[in-house]
Design a protein around this ligand. Structure first.
Ligand code: ZN
Length: 259
C-alpha cells in the first residue's frame, strides 16, 4: 500500500508562550492532530515556523502529498520565498488543508487571491456544522450535522473566491453563520479550508473534526505531480486555412517569463 505523505505545519507559538494553551496541547496542536488521524495509509511528519526554513526545505516539500497549515499570530513571519515554493507545489498537485486562523496565512491568501477576512468573536459558543455536501468524500461518516461544544465564532462575510465548493455551513450560538468547510482547485492541486480549531478549546481531540481532516487528506491526495507549463503546441490535425500574416506568437513560460 502506498502511503499518503502528510506534513502537518503549525506556527507553534501559543503552545510555547501561553500556559493555558500548552495545557490543552502540551506537544503542540500539530502533534495532537497527527495522533488523532494516525492510520495505516498515512505517513505523518511535522514542521513549524521556528525550524530552519520553517521546517519546509525542498526535501520535505518534494516528499509531501498533503500539507496541513495552522497559523495565527505570526503569519507575517513566514518568509515569502517559502510561501512561493508551497504555492508552486500546490500548482503541481500537492494537496493543501488550511485550518482555522490559517484563513489569513500568506499561502491561503495567495492561493485564493482574496483578503480572506471575516468576522470573529471569542465567546466559547456552540457551533453546529451542517453537512451540505452529503455525497462528497470529505463528509463521509459525518451525518447530517455535528456540533462543537465551544468554538471561536467565525462569521460571514468571508472574502473567499466564488468558485469554492461549500461542504459545511457553520451556525453559531450567537446567530452568525459561516462557510466552515470549502474546497478549491488550483493548478493540479486540491485545497480544503476547514474552520474549526481555535487554540484555546480542545477541538482537535474531537472525533468528527479528526474524521473530516482524515477524509480531506484522502480527497486532496495528488493524482500526480506535474509542473504547470505554457507550451507552444503543434496542431493535431492539418490546418487548411491560409496563413496570411507573419507568425507573431510570443512563447512564454507558465510564470510569464520569455522562453
Ligand atoms: Zn482562533
Amino acid at each position: 500500500m502506498q502511503k499518503t505523505r502528510i506534513t502537518i505545519w503549525n506556527e507553534f507559538r501559543h503552545e510555547k508562550t501561553q500556559p493555558e494553551i500548552a495545557a490543552i496541547y502540551p506537544e503542540g496542536l500539530h502533534r495532537a492532530i497527527g495522533k488523532g488521524i494516525a492510520a495505516d495509509d498515512f505517513e505523518i511528519t511535522y514542521a513549524s515556523l521556528d525550524e530552519e526554513e520553517h521546517g519546509l526545505p525542498d526535501e520535505v516539500l518534494n516528499n509531501t502529498d498533503v500539507l496541513l497549515w495552522w497559523g495565527h499570530c505570526a503569519h507575517f513571519e513566514v518568509r515569502d520565498e517559502i510561501v512561493a515554493k508551497v504555492l508552486k507545489r500546490v500548482h503541481e498537485g500537492m494537496g493543501l488543508i488550511v485550518l482555522h486562523s490559517g484563513h489569513l496565512s500568506k499561502i491561503f491568501r495567495q492561493v485564493t487571491g482574496c483578503s480572506c477576512t471575516l468576522k470573529w468573536r471569542e465567546e466559547a459558543e456552540r457551533e453546529r456544522l451542517w453537512n451540505i455536501a452529503p455525497t462528497h468524500p470529505i463528509t463521509q461518516g459525518i451525518g447530517e450535522y455535528f456540533e462543537i461544544p465551544h468554538e471561536e465564532m467565525y462569521g460571514e462575510y468571508f472574502d473567499i473566491p466564488k468558485d469554492g465548493n461549500i461542504i459545511f455551513i457553520g451556525h453559531f450560538e450567537g446567530g452568525n453563520v459561516f462557510r466552515s468547510g470549502v474546497t478549491f482547485e488550483r493548478g493540479y492541486g486540491k485545497i480544503f479550508y476547514f474552520q474549526p480549531g481555535h487554540e484555546s478549546y480542545p477541538v482537535y481531540y474531537q472525533e468528527e473534526v479528526l474524521k473530516v481532516i482524515s477524509n480531506a487528506i484522502r480527497w486532496a491526495k495528488p493524482v500526480f505531480f506535474k509542473e504547470l507549463e505554457c507550451p507552444r503546441t503543434p496542431a493535431i490535425d492539418k490546418i487548411y486555412s491560409e496563413n496570411t500574416g507573419p507568425v507573431t506568437g510570443i512563447v512564454q513560460n507558465a510564470d510569464g517569463t520569455a522562453k
